[in-house]
Structures are given as C-alpha cells and as structure tokens.
Design a protein around this ligand. Structure first.
Ligand code: ADP
Ligand code: ASP
Ligand code: MG
Length: 421
C-alpha cells in the first residue's frame, strides 16, 4: 500500500460528468489498495468568474476579502467530489485548507506555504477515507484566509505530498504530460517522457502554466516524485498503465542527455508588463534606489535592462507581473521619481516573454544566436533579452507570441523531441 496524492485542475473538474470521472479514477486507485489524498481546483472558469464578480462590486477589491471570495470555487469542488465518491461506495471526506492546517504567510493573493499540519489528514486516512483537499488556499498566522497565486493548486498538492512523505504526486491535467512547448500553440509539440527538475523549474518560471513554479520549487526541495498526466483518458485505464504514463520529473541528471540535448522546451508568458524610466541620473546606487521600493511592495521584478548612459542620464527598463503594473507605477511615482529624477515612466502591458530552456546549454553555446536568427527571419523585433545557465528569454510584442514560439520550436527541431547538437 502506497500513499498517493492526486491533483485535478479546473478542466478535469469542469462539469458534473468530469467530476464523476475523477471520482471513478480516484476510486480505482483506492481499490488498488492505496491511501489517497486528492487535491482539487475550482471548476474551470470559476476562479475567473469570482475575481471578475469582485471587481464588478469593487473596482479595487480589498485583497483580504478577494481571497475570501476566490477560495469558494475550491470549496464547491471538494464537496462535489466527495459526494461523487460516496455514490461509488468509497468513503471520502472533503477538507478546506484551514481544516487541514495549510499555514501560509499573510501575502494575500500570492501567499507562500510555511507548514502543513499532518494530523487531520492522517486521522482521516487511518479511518480508511479518501481525503479531498481544496487546493489554492491556506490560512495565515492570524487565521485569515489566503490564496497561493493563480495555478496554486499544483503547489498545494506538491506541498501536501512533501509534508506527508507521499510515495508519489500525480498531477492530472487536460494534456497528457509536459510537451516541448504548449501543444495549444504548436500542434507538433512532442510529449517528454521525463524532464529534469531544473528544466521544469525554468519552464515554469518562464510561464509554462502546466505547473505553477512554486510547486516545482517544492518538488525540488523535498524531492517529491511527481508526474504530470492526463485526466481525460478512459477512467478505467488500468492503474499500472496509468502509473507510468505522462511525464516524470527526474532529479538525477543523465550525463548523456546533458551532453546531447541542447534544447528541451519553449515557454511563452503573456503575464508580464514592461516599465521604462526615462533619463534617470546614472549614478552609483540608481538601480537599487529604483528596485528596492518595488521589492518592498512585494512585487517581483524579472528582467532588467539599463541602457548606456548619455551625459549622465540613462533609461532603465524592467518587467513586473502584469497584475502588479498599477502598483508599480504608483510606487515609482511616489517613492522613486522624486529621488532618482527622470523624465517619466512609459509602460507596456502588451508584451510576451518567450524562453528557450535546455540543460545542454550549460555545455553548448550558440542557442541565443540561433534564436535571434529564427526571429529575425520572421521579422520579429526583440525588445529585451536575458539569459541564465539553462535558459534564454526574450521579450517581444504580444502579437508575435504564437509566431515566435512556432519559429523557435521549428528552429530547434523540437518536433522531433529535445534537440541534439
Ligand atoms: P490545470 O487546470 O489542470 O491546472 P492548466 O491550464 O493550469 O491546467 O495547465 C495545463 C495547460 O498548460 C495545458 O492545457 C497547456 O495548454 C498548457 N501548457 C503550457 N505549456 C505546456 C507544456 N510545455 N506542456 C504541456 N502543457 C503546457
Ligand atoms: N482555481 C485557481 C486558479 O484558477 C487555482 C488553480 O487552478 O490551481 O488559479
Ligand atoms: Mg494549473
């Protein structure tokens, strides 16, 4: 008997029939003799609906109350799934994040999990129940409800698997694994039977929403065995077959792959915005005087470019999450411009970040130049560039997202799987 965590996302839980299918799948694993913890998301579209509803009532909703509203979607899902399991004769219990004891910090809408209490889950498992836990939600030290950021149910699942030392965490979703790029953008994207944790981390950080980045961070920190697989296959698929399907995240690097596979995947993100401060005085400490107040406001800055200075003045450009753009501009106006000077702020929230990821980049050069060539052949202008050990990211106009992804996918021959040198 193993302890298995399953996670089902919005599409997987998207209709009464799909919820019954999830129940069938979970019942099958339970009947195979496993202890089961199931983490679920709100039904597809529900979180968006709730957030839009809040904005209709209050244009700038109070973050605490927004989280109270946003978490209700998951509460509906856990109740419905528990009912469906009981109808199949499987004893099950639904638990919210606070009933479990998913303790987070107090950063509403992007809270981080600190600890997870095992006591309630263990008690229910010992009583022979399937435990169904609401993803995406937690509770702060003062007992306020928090959410973990969009896509946060992945993180709930992996963190619970880590806390319980589960044998495996299976992330069921609407695609049958992790692909060389988003299969919805590139129809010839190829499924990867496995992916190194580091590559998954870079893809997730670059915006590939198949896994939320924090879930991958948790997976790496606690070496949680994780697999991404489809919830849309026949729910009666034998457990042994299902258990080896999809994409496995691996923690051991295969030296052969490192030498060979240059590029593994491409990610696209449309959730960033670009901010430029024009003509700020180029003196030591200017970058910190701009970025520190932004960090203090709990806004994550991603890419940064500072132009060559002309007559002691420079342009300073960086990206922030699109949802934090308004707050960023406010911080700049109130705290930065009065000190750093500058001729004003120009923002652009119609950008896309495209990233090429591959562990083989460590040992091989030339990825960036191949990228730039492929993009120039399509007439795509590059607005920003940044590189890390195993990733090259560029920012382009949002309208070129699909074109850029397809051009790069083709340029690296990813239709045949990870490209070799
Ligand atoms: P869930 O609701 O199950 O959490 P998400 O919509 O959050 O599902 O994530 C799954 C989606 O991620 C897929 O439908 C796919 O469009 C997208 N995606 C982006 N990049 C990739 C990739 N490299 N491999 C697979 N799916 C990807
Ligand atoms: N329901 C939440 C969202 O839409 C969490 C999740 O789906 O993982 O972001
Ligand atoms: Mg998701």
């Amino acid at each position: 008997m193993a302890l298995i965590v399953h996670k089902y996302g919005g599409t997987s839980m998207g209709s009464p029939q799909r919820i019954r299918n999830v129940a069938h799948r979970v019942a099958k694993w339970r009947k195979a003799g496993h202890q089961m913890v199931v983490v679920v998301s709100a039904m597809s579209g529900e979180t968006n609906r709730l957030l839009a509803l809040a904005k209709e009532v209050s244009p700038h909703p109070d973050p605490r109350e927004l989280d109270v509203v946003a978490t209700t979607g998951e509460q509906v899902s856990i109740g419905l799934l528990a009912m469906a399991l009981k109808d199949l004769g499987v004893d099950a219990v639904s638990l919210t994040g606070w009933q479990v004891g998913v303790f987070t910090d107090n950063a509403y809408m992007k809270a981080r999990i600190d600890t997870i209490s095992q006591e309630r889950i263990r008690r229910e498992l010992d009583a022979g129940r399937v435990v169904i836990v609401a993803g995406f939600q937690g509770i702060d030290p003062d007992g306020n409800i928090t959410t973990l950021g969009r896509g946060g149910s992945d993180t709930s699942a992996v963190a619970i698997a880590a806390a319980l030392h589960a044998d495996e965490c299976l992330i069921f979703t609407d695609v049958d694994g992790v692909y060389t790029t988003d299969p919805r953008i590139c129809s010839d994207a190829k499924r990867l039977p496995n992916i190194t944790f580091e590559e998954m981390l870079e893809l997730a950080s670059a915006g590939s929403k198949v896994l939320q980045i924090r879930s991958v961070e948790f997976a790496g920190k606690f070496k949680v065995p994780c697999r991404v697989l489809s919830s849309l296959t026949d729910p009666d698929l034998p457990v042994e077959e299902e258990a080896v399907s999809g994409t496995l995240i691996t923690y051991e690097e295969d030296p052969k792959m490192m030498e060979k596979a240059l590029v593994t995947g491409i990610a696209a993100s449309r959730s960033d915005a670009k901010v430029t401060l024009h003509d700020v005085s180029d003196t030591p400490g200017v970058a910190s005087s701009i970025l520190q107040p932004i960090a203090d406001a709990n806004i994550d800055v991603d890419m940064i470019v500072q132009n060559v200075s002309v007559q002691g003045k420079t342009d300073f450009t960086f990206t922030v999450p699109r949802g934090d753009l308004e707050k960023t501009v406010q911080v700049l106006k109130e705290q930065v411009l009065p000190k750093a000077g500058g001729e004003g702020i120009v923002t652009n929230d119609r950008i896309a970040k495209i990233s090429v990821v591959g562990i083989g980049m460590r040992t091989h050069s030339g990825v960036a130049s191949r990228m730039f060539k492929a993009l120039s052949e399509e007439g795509i202008n590059i607005l920003m560039i940044s590189t890390s050990e195993i990733k090259v990211s560029i920012v382009v106009d949002e309208k070129y997202t699909e074109l850029a992804v397809r051009a790069l996918h083709h340029a690296f021959g990813l239709e045949n799987g990870p490209s070799e040198v």
